[in-house]
Unconditional design. Sequence first.
Length: 157
Amino acid sequence: MSARKGTQKSAKSTTTTDKTIEGFTAEERAAMKERAQELKAAARRGKADGESDLLAKIAEMPEPDRAMAERLHAIIRASAPALSPRTWYGMPAYAKDSKVVCYFQSAHKFNSRYATFGFNDTANLDEGALWPVAFALKELTAAEEAKIGVLVKRAVG
């Protein structure tokens, strides 16, 4: 028998109970949880219409983001009826072949000073070596609505 029996050191704990973990914000963690819930819900119901989920998320938004999201929903549905409404990380989004093409991010979502309307890489917006993929929104005027309608049509094109 070994003379060192019983002198093994225990492994140090790797928990961080009294340390602050830097990385994701509370809003980012909440968005990731929402995405996980969206995936679970989609798996349960199959390829059912996600418009009711999208409209529920819009209804939860504070003004003026709610009004902008409602107007964007109407513009996108009119400009690109082929896109399927759904939620994506808890945000209203529109997909083609199950891939998100564009989305609306409320200013409230990540405590930003403006809302964002953005496009993912599946959008057909490529123009040379540089093109915009997200736009800050403080309000929607007729000019912005027309630009968004054109961009959405082109993105699906």
